[in-house]
Design a protein around this ligand. Structure first.
Ligand code: SF4
Length: 322
């Protein structure tokens, strides 16, 4: 059974806020008005291209704050998704933690929404306030309980390197998120986008973005903590899009098309370092055994781990499959 996720981006619709880092149109690469008819056609078109008998398809409303839309509009979108209920495995949506309440949960249940992802971003109330998030961490705690109690799969999205955050506060967010036991998480390093308040803060010297190295190191630590807690990490780093990469779209910050791959490479680097610890290997080969699909991660993005072990330990890293 092949799994597909059909993302339908609803840029900024439903959101009455103005987070300093947000330019939804740039992030999602969508700038057109999304209507129920558009959604219907998009689903039909997608389903016509796959073998639906042997596929599991989840429809995902992303990009804005779905439950902040007018109730009638939410229902119109959800009804369209339900028209395909015999061909899809579920409906996923993302929203703000303060846009979840018992009435909204009822609506989600009525239309068989299977997963709700909350934009947590940080567990530090000062960081949330200074980024104009318009909610507190307590809203995340309450919304998470509502979602879990309703039997809906819970996802959390968090950010690394927000304005006024620190590496310590980022890792505190990781441990606070773990306490709420989401089923899955996404980790996004903050990118300074054009036409955002963060751009102004950056240009006036009030905000210093993380380097790729620091953002990747912290993301690696976060991934390891989540995995240890049995929480699925479903995304690390933004999806690249033409809009995002167009001239000047990214003003500053740790943006890299292969950010997730770099983080995976660091995870393997750590595993290899644990294996060589205490061994006298200078000027020799070291054979690391892994699964077939892990070879490129062990060698690292653009062989970054091969170079690292040679430069740091004078070891020639050889990766073999078991
Ligand atoms: S809540 Fe989400 S959509 Fe709204 S401004 Fe903030 S990041 Fe953008």
């Amino acid at each position: 059974m092949r799994k597909y996720n059909l993302p339908i981006f609803i840029p900024h619709r439903g959101c009455r806020h103005d987070c300093v880092f947000c330019n939804q149109r740039k992030i999602t690469g969508v700038d057109t008005e999304i209507t129920p008819n558009y959604v219907r056609n998009r689903i039909k078109e997608f389903l016509s291209t796959i073998d639906t008998e042997n596929s599991s398809v989840e429809i995902a409303f992303f990009g804005g704050s779905f439950t902040g839309l007018e109730v009638g509009t939410q229902e119109a979108f959800l009804k369209v998704a339900c028209e395909f209920s015999d061909q899809i495995s579920g409906i996923r949506l993302s929203t703000r933690p303060d846009y979840i309440n018992p009435e909204i949960i009822e609506l989600m249940k009525k239309y068989n929404v299977t997963t709700v992802e909350l934009g947590v971003q940080s567990s530090d109330d000062d960081v949330l306030r200074l980024n104009n998030r318009g909610h507190k961490f307590l809203d995340v705690v309450n919304a998470s309980k509502f979602i879990k109690n309703a039997g809906i799969t819970l996802g959390h999205q968090m950010m690394i390197g927000m304005y006024a955050s620190t590496p310590e506060k980022d890792m505190k967010t990781v441990s606070d998120v773990i306490k709420l036991s989401p089923d899955c998480v996404r980790i996004y390093p903050v990118i300074t986008l054009k036409d955002t308040k963060l751009e102004q803060l950056f240009k006036s010297g009030g905000y210093q973005p993380y380097s790729i190295e620091l953002a990747a190191e912290l993301s690696k630590n976060a991934v390891l903590e989540f995995k240890k807690a049995g929480i699925d990490v479903i995304r690390v780093g933004l999806h690249s899009s033409d809009e995002l990469e167009e001239d000047g779209g990214v003003v500053a910050g740790p943006y890299h098309q292969a950010f997730g791959e770099i983080v995976e490479s660091l995870i393997f680097r750590e595993r290899i370092e644990e294996e060589i610890a205490g061994k006298k290997l200078s000027n020799s080969d070291f054979e690391f055994i892994c699964k077939k699909n892990e070879v490129s991660k062990a060698l690292g993005h653009k062989k970054m781990n091969t170079k690292y072990f040679y430069d740091k330990y004078n070891i020639r890293l050889k990766v073999k499959t078991d």
